[in-house]
Ligand binder design. Structure first.
Ligand SMILES: Cc1nc(NNC(=O)[C@H](CC2CCCC2)CN(O)CO)c(F)c(N2CCN3CCOC[C@@H]3C2)n1
Ligand code: NI
Length: 183
């Protein structure tokens, strides 16, 4: 199982690399890696397991964070309406996005960044994403709200982008121009 010791931290070169496409159909090994990423998220959201294995809570994880520079992400989160989303995708790609922006009012953190970095992270309010799931089916998702934020944070990792790259360091808390705040 993945624990925090498997998660590389800011400064490790892999976090700034552009990850490679996964050859489809995915190999047994790549599937096992993606399944273990999903398992981490589920474990990290279970109070007993999180405490027992000292896991930081996560709703998303990208393969470069476990030093695997491949285009694989896992997302396991409840949206604003409490609906459970659980997606493990190979080669996720943002096909289109809204002009309108949104951001988490609490800012963002990252399992690969040990310290808190304050500031709003402006992101596209709505995105259309396609990818390949663990059964080798093509998936197409139209996302908004928290899900859209999480998927953009994860896909950024596949392109060597960290959340704080988007923060306006001069004025980290300037409300993002007519953007949708997400609590
Ligand atoms: C929003 C949130 N971010 C948590 N951590 N950061 C992460 O997931 C990073 C990715 C997220 C940072 C902002 C957007 C994507 C990981 N990233 O680095 C991957 O690239 C949480 F842990 C968390 N929740 C709320 C739901 N809760 C259910 C019960 O269990 C605890 C859990 C905590 N919500
Ligand atoms: Ni992250």
């Amino acid at each position: 199982m993945i624990t925090m010791k498997d998660i590389i931290r800011d400064g490790h070169p892999t976090l700034r690399k552009v990850a490679e496409e996964v050859s489809i159909p995915a190999s047994k090994e790549d599937k096992q890696i993606l399944e273990s990423m999903m398992e981490y998220l589920i474990n990290s959201q279970d109070p007993e397991k999180a405490e027992k294995f000292e896991l930081r809570g996560g709703v998303g994880l990208a393969a470069p964070q476990i030093n695997v520079p491949k285009r694989m992400i896992a997302v396991h989160a409840k949206d604003e309406n409490g609906q459970q989303f659980s997606y493990a995708l190979f080669n996720p790609k943002i096909l289109s996005h809204s002009i309108e922006k949104s951001y988490l009012t609490g800012g963002e953190g990252c399992l690969s960044v040990d310290e808190a970095i304050p500031g709003f992270v402006p992101r596209n309010a709505r995105i259309t994403v396609k990818g390949i799931d663990l059964d080798n089916n093509e998936v197409k998702l139209r996302l908004k709200g928290l899900m859209a934020i999480i998927f953009q944070h994860e896909i950024d990792h596949l392109n060597g982008v960290m959340f704080y790259d988007h923060i306006n360091t001069e004025a980290p808390y300037t409300p993002v121009e007519n953007a949708i705040p997400i609590d």
